[in-house]
Design a protein around this ligand. Sequence first.
Ligand SMILES: Nc1ncnc2c1ncn2[C@@H]1O[C@H](COP(=O)(O)OP(=O)(O)OP(=O)(O)O)[C@@H](O)[C@H]1O
Ligand SMILES: O=C(O)C1=C[C@@H](O)[C@@H](O)[C@H](O)C1
Ligand SMILES: [Mg+2]
Length: 174
Amino acid sequence: MAPRAVVVGPPGAGKTTIGRLLAERFGVAFRDTDDDVVRTTGRAIADIFATDGEPAFRELEEAAVETALREHDGVLALGGGAVLSERTRERLAGHPVVFLSVGLAEGAKRVGLSTARPLLAGVNPRATFKALLEARVPIYRSVATVEVATDHVEPDEVVAKVVAALSAPSAASS
Ligand SMILES: Nc1ncnc2c1ncn2[C@@H]1O[C@H](COP(=O)(O)OP(=O)(O)OP(=O)(O)O)[C@@H](O)[C@H]1O
Ligand SMILES: O=C(O)C1=C[C@@H](O)[C@@H](O)[C@H](O)C1
Ligand SMILES: [Mg+2]
């Protein structure tokens, strides 16, 4: 069993929003590893970060991704930082992986200042988000088989672009 598509990207890229719509389009189930971590621990992600620290969350996340890649045959959205794990990157090899990209201005607007996103809850969320994008974009690209830019593109249109990219010959064998 393997996911029909795995969706990666920074916070605010639309992994959950687009992942759900893509699953609907394919007529398959949607799963999000952030939800899996919340369900299996019974705790909010912000609470895990605050109480146990980021490394503890990353371990839980790595395990959640491993399980979901094995169990789920629909669309799977990963947490924004899941690809920081080398083991997760290795596990993604051979899967259709969609990188949803977003620029600084639009991404910052979409995530707002929500404390539900602990990594961006510090004193200067915009600078943090900028550094996050700079550090991670190459990593998202390294695991992706297709990349779709989402700036100023409505969700339905993003989904159409993802479907087209996934069925393009260059993505088929990846
Ligand atoms: N293409 C888009 N155009 C405009 N707004 C969008 C688009 N995609 C998502 N959004 C909005 O941006 C916000 C963040 O989207 P979403 O929660 O899907 O991102 P995410 O990648 O799952 O983030 P996280 O990593 O925090 O889980 C939501 O309010 C959503 O409605
Ligand atoms: O980008 C990140 O590192 C994160 C994104 C969210 O999806 C959550 O997994 C968590 O808030 C960490
Ligand atoms: Mg999400």
